[in-house]
Design a binder for this molecule. Structure first.
Ligand SMILES: [Zn+2]
Length: 467
């Protein structure tokens, strides 16, 4: 057997657990899994002795923003960051200028990604123009799924959200029906708009302008109510519903209640809710303004419980690059600063650190950051698993080293905004990332090139509903 690349001596995380296997790669795919030490011929041999080989992470909630506002980040800068973080496939959200809500815009974004992405990428479409032809057009172009916001656009950013925001429940209902017809997954940002506007107005009237006011404007019931609305509508519609960034105990409890009566909806949470709380606001200030907001310790504990019992199927980054200037605006006006924080370079590190401490098994961590998202959206078994015929998207990870986050080692254009993680030390280190069989990151250096990442399209019949 002759391979282009073979990875030898590693402990490989497969769906059957950790195994001593050598991995043969040809044509960008895994073409053989061999007992360790099987003699093979290969152009390139990678020695992974003492290291784990993980399926590359599939981050189903990501923002590059390109082509709008390149100062925040673009397909090249943010997918370099993904490569360094062990994320080999990203699902890019439609927020951009113009918002990705028509077939034509979708095609131009796809071309942009194909020219610039270092890792594989799927593209969400926005169905909020309520135009069946545009939804069908994005679908036939290979949309990975759709995205809806139940809120209005953040202050001053209407241009980026045109076609995404459906704060009126009748319009939400129509969009859900249209997306249901496609058979694809729809990810929804669930916060009740009327309630959060009322809370916001009340706080502004009291001259509240501090970071804590942001959290108070979107308390847990804002999220829980929106999830109840969505799940109630979906009982009749039956869309493949996925709840974005579930952040608190109250929302999780509502979600579980519907699961008990047969809902096939799925939900994700994000590392910032798992590793930080509102106590971190004092340290990080406006850089921790995120929607939904950072919550309390009891919420964080509930989310870990939700991961452990399978209620939450995925951990995603919601990686959101902005400029320092944009985030610093909050020092004088918290309401004007855009919500979101980078985080793609800490997803694998954070979840694997958790696995090494025993809070989750390593297999479970791999499912949460890779396999489950790939399954849900219909790109498994091409992605999300180390198996013969899967794409060779792999991470070589050393559990015996440590990584301390410092802006100098990050690749995101928004690395200076990554204050939540700055100074944080994780057990483990990402040594090397392979995308489509080729090394794109090794020992702190990007070795890939723009355009190497491939556009990923879902197989509708494979969209998984059985979680
Ligand atoms: Zn997002």
């Amino acid at each position: 057997m002759k391979f282009e690349t073979v990875i030898v001596n590693g402990d490989v995380i497969t769906e059957q657990g950790q195994q001593a296997l050598d991995i043969g790669i040809r044509g960008g795919k895994i073409t053989a899994l061999l007992a360790r030490g099987t003699p093979v011929e290969a152009v390139e041999t990678i020695d992974a002795a003492g290291r784990l080989v993980l399926p590359g992470a599939v981050d189903i909630h990501f923002h590059c923003r390109a082509p709008a506002y390149p100062q925040r980040g673009d397909f090249a800068t943010e997918t370099r960051a993904a490569a360094a973080g062990g994320v080999t496939t990203i699902f890019e959200m439609p927020i951009s200028k113009p918002c990705c809500a028509t077939g034509e815009i979708f095609r131009s974004r796809k071309a942009l990604g194909e020219a610039n992405a270092y890792v594989n990428f799927g593209l969400y479409g926005a169905p909020g123009l309520l135009d069946r032809r545009e939804i069908a057009d994005m679908c036939s172009e290979g949309a990975i799924g759709f995205k809806i916001f139940m809120t209005g656009a953040p202050a001053g950013r209407n241009d980026e959200f045109d076609g995404l925001c459906l704060p009126l429940v009748d319009e939400l209902y129509q969009a859900m029906q249209m997306v249901a017809e496609t058979g694809l997954v729809c990810t929804v940002h669930a916060e009740d708009n009327r309630l959060l506007e009322w809370h916001t107005a009340r706080l502004k009237a009291a001259n509240r302008n501090d970071i804590a006011a942001h959290g108070e404007s979107r308390p847990p019931h804002v999220e829980a109510l929106a999830i109840a609305t969505l799940l109630t509508l979906n009982e009749q519609i039956g869309m493949n519903l996925h709840i974005a960034h579930l952040s608190c105990a109250e929302a999780l409890e509502v979600f579980r209640r519907f699961k008990r009566t047969g809902s096939t909806a799925t939900a994700e949470t994000c590392p910032h809710y798992l590793f930080f709380t509102e106590d971190d606001l004092a340290r990080v200030g406006p850089y921790a303004k995120i929607n939904p907001p950072l919550r309390q310790q009891s919420d964080q504990d509930a989310l870990w419980g939700g991961l452990q019992d399978g209620s939450l199927i995925a951990v995603t980054t919601d990686h959101s690059p902005f400029t320092v200037e944009e985030k610093e605006r909050a020092r004088t006006d918290i309401w004007r600063t855009p919500p979101g924080s980078p985080g793609v370079e800490e997803l694998v590190l954070g979840m694997m650190d958790t696995a090494l401490t025993g809070r989750l098994t390593i297999d479970h961590a791999a499912r949460l950051i890779s396999t489950n998202g790939a399954k849900r959206f219909g790109i498994y078994p091409q992605k999300g698993v180390i198996a013969v015929q899967a794409d060779a998207d792999l991470v070589i990870y050393d559990p015996n080293q440590t990584t301390t986050i410092h802006p100098d080692m990050l690749f995101s254009q928004a690395k200076a905004c990554d204050k939540l993680y700055e100074g944080k030390t994780f057990r483990g280190k990402i040594c090397r990332t392979l995308v489509n069989g080729r090394t794109v990151f090794e020992d702190g250096v990007i070795t890939g090139e723009p355009g190497w990442g491939k556009f990923v399209r879902p197989v509708r019949e494979n969209v998984y509903k059985g979680f």
